[in-house]
Design a binder for this molecule. Structure first.
Ligand SMILES: NC(=O)c1ccc[n+]([C@@H]2O[C@H](COP(=O)([O-])OP(=O)(O)OC[C@H]3O[C@@H](n4cnc5c(N)ncnc54)[C@H](O)[C@@H]3O)[C@@H](O)[C@H]2O)c1
Ligand SMILES: O=C(O)C(=O)C[C@@H](O)[C@H](O)[C@H](O)COP(=O)(O)O
Ligand SMILES: [Zn+2]
Length: 343
């Protein structure tokens, strides 16, 4: 598994790490926002390198942007000893990592996550990929980064909605693996957190799961709680005026899937009520017309946990415990979305 370094002097620590690692050429990938807000924070500490930046946003996590990245690597003459640093959120990490892991069958990369979401979740565990024809992360590979450098210094410039989006994955970690973590989150107001402490605890949970099942043959599916329906919402509204951030979509998905957990995997009604209160209290309700429901349901058919026609969910047994490979039919999914709408 990758080395994870929590650092307060990230520029210096990253500089020394890559020096001892050795490489032929160094390339940094940012998006248009991290180029402005995060790249300058690495300052002069990085040795000679080349830099590629793409237009920020989920709608650019696609093959067209990958083509530009691979072209840049080719034009710069990167060989197999070249090293990439992905400086940005989950979009930069997923796509920059995917491009590195496939260029000349794989060159090394380091993640420097700059959003809460990527610090607590996306930068760790080696799931890389891009969206394809509107389907989330449809094309990708599992390849671990060499290292991940996490610093809350980057969070200073992050907007509140982006911070909140990351908080959805934090809640997910408590719900699937640690009731005591979820209880701590319940008692705190979400905005003024000890982000370093939160990140360490979330990364610990993610790391423990990924170490046991790096390629998602079983247990790792619990990290996907909220994502079967959440990704369907995210995909359905991508490139529309109602588009949802990843964490916002996962918040909707977790509520639908908490309902299914109550129906199908034993989550007690009072625990469902606690989850609803917590998540709605932070994210509010996402409003959408009833005639969108069947289109959203249909998107669940492309989920990567499915086997043939069987749509498999990861559902909670209780707070802090999650089961996986639970088949749910389209009618039940529809009911879950109707339940969400009724809240
Ligand atoms: N691989 C995984 O395990 C995994 C896990 C969770 C999510 N994801 C993926 O991650 C993506 C979501 O990640 P995200 O929320 O980080 O999105 P993102 O990368 O789009 O970043 C969110 C926004 O914040 C901006 N930004 C980033 N850092 C900033 C900073 N420090 N200051 C100011 N602005 C900054 C970005 O430019 C962007 O506009 C989705 O594509 C999701 O599917 C992957
Ligand atoms: O690391 C994992 O495994 C996860 O499922 C973490 C999720 O938060 C993340 O959004 C992941 O990219 C979803 O993966 P996918 O296989 O459903 O595309
Ligand atoms: Zn996620």
């Amino acid at each position: 598994m990758e080395t994870i370094i929590f650092s307060q002097k990230v520029a210096e620590d990253l500089g020394s790490y890559i020096k001892q690692l050795g490489y032929s050429r160094l390339g940094i990938i940012t998006d248009s926002n991290t180029k402005v807000h995060c790249y300058p924070k690495l300052g002069q500490s990085l040795p000679e390198h080349v830099h590629f930046s793409f237009e920020a946003g989920e709608s650019n996590k696609n093959l067209t942007t990958c083509t530009s990245i691979w072209q840049w690597m080719t034009d710069e003459g990167f060989d197999r000893k070249a090293l990439i640093i992905n400086l940005g959120g989950g979009v930069t990490g997923d796509m920059g990592g995917f491009c590195a892991a496939t260029y000349k069958r794989g060159i090394r990369f380091i993640n420097v996550p700059t959003t809460l979401l990527s610090q607590v979740d996306a930068s760790v565990g080696g799931k890389l990929g891009i969206d394809f024809n509107g389907f989330k992360n449809h094309i990708g590979v599992f390849t671990q980064p060499e290292a991940v450098f996490i610093s809350d210094l980057f969070l200073e410039t992050l907007s509140e909605v982006e911070l909140r989006s990351g908080y959805a994955e934090v809640i997910k970690h408590g719900l699937i693996k640690s009731k005591s973590y979820f209880d701590c989150l319940r008692t705190e107001g979400w905005q003024n957190q000890d982000w370093r402490g939160i990140t360490e605890r979330s990364v610990q949970i993610k790391k423990e799961v990924v170490e046991k099942d790096p390629k998602e043959s079983g247990l790792r599916k619990i990290l996907n709680f909220g994502h079967t329906i959440g990704h369907a919402f995210e995909s359905y509204y991508l490139n529309t005026e109602k588009h949802l951030l990843h964490g916002e979509a996962i918040a909707v998905g977790m509520l639908c899937e908490a309902y299914l957990s109550n129906q199908k995997s034993g989550l007690p009604a009072q625990e469902l009520a606690i989850i609803v209160e917590k998540i709605l209290g932070i994210f509010g309700k996402f409003e959408f017309p009833e005639d969108h429901i069947s289109g959203i349901c249909d998107l669940c058919s492309q989920d990567k946990k499915n086997e043939g026609d069987k749509i498999n969910f990861s559902l909670l047994r209780e707070l802090g415990n999650c089961d996986f490979n639970i088949p749910v039919n389209k009618e039940e999914i529809q009911q879950a979305i109707i339940y969400y709408k009724s809240l």
